[in-house]
Design a protein around this ligand. Sequence first.
Ligand SMILES: [Zn+2]
Length: 298
Amino acid sequence: MKTKTTKAKKPKASITIRDFFQQFPTDHACLEHIFTIRFGQGHECPKCVRKANWYKIQAERAYSCQWCGHHLHPTVGTPFEDSRTPLQLWFYAIYLFTTSRHGVPAKELERQLGVTYKCAWRMGHEIRKHITQVDGEFPLFGQVEIDETYVGGRRAGIRGRGAEGKTIVFGMLQRGGQVMTKIVPSVKAKDLQPIIEENVAKGSTVHTDELRSYKNLQRVGYDHQTVEHGSGEYVKGISHVNSLESFWARLKNSVKGTHVHVSRKHLDKYAKEFEFRYNSKSKPISMFPSLVSTFAKP
Ligand SMILES: [Zn+2]
């Protein structure tokens, strides 16, 4: 099993900006892409019930059946339908989310796309919403780090559990595998343990700090290893939560540095965005197509 200290193999390069503009030089190319994902040539016409070739209709986001002239509208029911933002800008924004390492703040989208801040904010929000769909949740097993952290709020400088105005993010990270985050109402055992039991296979080795909420994990079927943060004992054999802590650091830096203030309501989406990025790091090339696909399939 790979540990954090082993340098991960360099993943395949993600889609370059040149690749992007080659594939999507125009709004039309983007619409074609959506059409292909959603229907495709040869799609059976819902009206004449024949397999048809579909022809793009001039100046409309529609395709027409070769036999009966029935129209298909590939963007209907998708977030693109009611948006006046050109499809190519949407695609480019999605591209930015899948290539950025630290997230894309609305200000950055505003600047790069030349849209209003409000529009940029809404696009970012929509993209994050879709990210939560594309990053599926799988049971974790093997060596799993478990930890909780406090994000946001006004008293950013104050450490300690339960700091006011902060949102508690709970995380589980399989070494060499996936990470999973949840927003939790408290760090009490009643709020944490069920999440662990639901998502981490019994028999796994779970690494936590000394929070009392974790004290029953051994009893319910896990090999429970603890690390004492208080005494500076950060690494005890292989018992540490370093991988998860570096994940937290990236999430917090982004929230603090680029998103100015993230409300509790939206923090789960930001956490999911980072989760998606982490979980896709071995296959960055697939991030963009899989995210675009969720947009094209209402
Ligand atoms: Zn037809």
